[in-house]
Design a protein around this ligand. Structure first.
Ligand code: APR
Length: 344
């Protein structure tokens, strides 16, 4: 028998699943779980943050989206602009812009995109110190208002910033992780599709490791319609695509000159948000804190995880050959070295 619960119409099904209906949840019609209210905060209203907020609203993944930035007027203006599109897009989502954290209270998910881009003359370490201060203050303020939230970090250098967020929030590792692998894999998939002249839909790619030079694309586990790409192209082509994937960020920076990528980064972030909101349990490469998995400990590194309503529900351990394991260990060691330089 259907039963009315607030504005939700709930039916029991044979599988014990819950089917729910809510005006702003039409994309959640069949779900193994539902919430009466989903609130998502995006910190940093720059290119990545604002586009992430827009995509969340367009996909109706929340009832309420809060956009936070230190710049006066920017989050307010962008939030209002995104909200004013909702009658046209028929997306019933409240969008709020603010310079403070009061409005973020009780968020289910907090996405951190705040930070600065590297300026001429700035070393990676300089960038790390500046952005770690920013991520630290954002995390402290957001975690105090939303102690049960899941935190997704997007700010760079990604793996180190995710460590900062976990340490400062004090949250368990399953609730703090970083977005990098989904983007790296999306880039690898795009390049494979272009190379082979096939639909991106049929391409799956696997990328492990840190987000940066030590990224570990895994051609062996990357497929086109189930066929390993190692059978579809020669080593020279593979190496070329792997290199282009590693340099994917800088390729865009070189074109844009005054900024870095944000369309694919925001799409990738929202894929993770969607898996959490809909409890889809997708297997996605994310920066996760290692506690013995892959023989690694006390560092963040990109590995495949199962993402559901509780955040990381499982770290998937795949078999690596000696070269792949060595590359992952090198990548993790690089991140660990950077973490050691942090002054939190
Ligand atoms: N609190 C909130 N927002 C902040 C803070 C802070 N303490 N410090 C900086 N910001 C804001 C800036 O005001 C700016 O609006 O973060 C925003 C960053 O936006 P952009 O400069 O447009 O950078 P973006 O391209 O969005 O990239 C953001 O994501 O992919 C990563 O490498 C990228 O680290 C970078 C981050």
């Amino acid at each position: 028998m259907p039963l009315r619960c607030h504005s939700l119409l709930v039916n029991d099904t044979e599988e014990g699943y819950v089917h729910s209906f809510h005006p702003s949840y039409n994309s959640l019609l069949t779900s193994t779980f539902w919430r009466t209210h989903m609130k998502i905060t995006v910190i940093g209203a720059g290119n990545v943050g604002a586009t992430t907020a827009q995509r969340i609203v367009d996909k109706q993944l929340a009832n309420e989206v809060v956009l936070v930035d230190v710049l006066e007027g920017i989050p307010q203006g962008k939030a209002l602009d995104i909200y004013e599109a909702t009658p046209v897009e028929k997306t019933d989502v409240k969008v709020v812009g603010t310079n403070g954290y009061e409005e973020t209270a009780d968020s289910d998910i907090v996405v951190i995109t705040a930070g600065i881009a590297r300026k001429p003359g700035m070393s990676r370490d300089d960038l790390m110190n500046t952005n770690s201060g920013i991520v630290k203050s954002c995390t402290q303020a957001a975690a105090a208002k939303s102690p049960n939230a899941i935190i997704i970090v997007v700010s760079n250098p990604l793996d180190v910033m995710t460590y900062v967020a976990m340490k400062v929030s004090g949250f368990d590792r399953h609730r703090v992780f970083g977005m990098a692998g989904v983007l790296d894999a999306a880039r690898f998939r795009s390049f494979i599709a272009l190379e082979l002249n096939v639909s991106v839909e049929d391409v799956n790619a696997f990328v492990l490791g840190g987000h940066g030079d030590s990224m570990v694309p895994l051609p062996r586990y990357s497929t086109v319609a189930g066929i390993p790409i190692t059978e579809l192209m020669d080593k020279a082509a593979l190496d070329r695509l792997v290199k282009r994937t590693r340099d994917g960020g800088i390729e865009i920076v070189n074109y844009l000159k005054t900024g870095s990528a944000y369309y694919a980064p925001s799409s990738s972030t929202v894929l993770m948000v969607e898996s959490i909101v809909k409890n889809k349990k997708r297997i996605l490469p994310c920066a996760a804190f290692m506690q013995g998995e892959y023989g690694l400990r006390d560092t963040f590194v990109g590995v495949p995880v199962k993402l559901g309503s509780k955040g990381i529900e499982e770290i998937i351990q795949i078999k690596l050959n000696a070269d792949e394991q060595a590359a992952l260990e090198k990548s993790a060691a690089d991140v660990k070295q950077s973490i050691a330089k942090l002054t939190l």
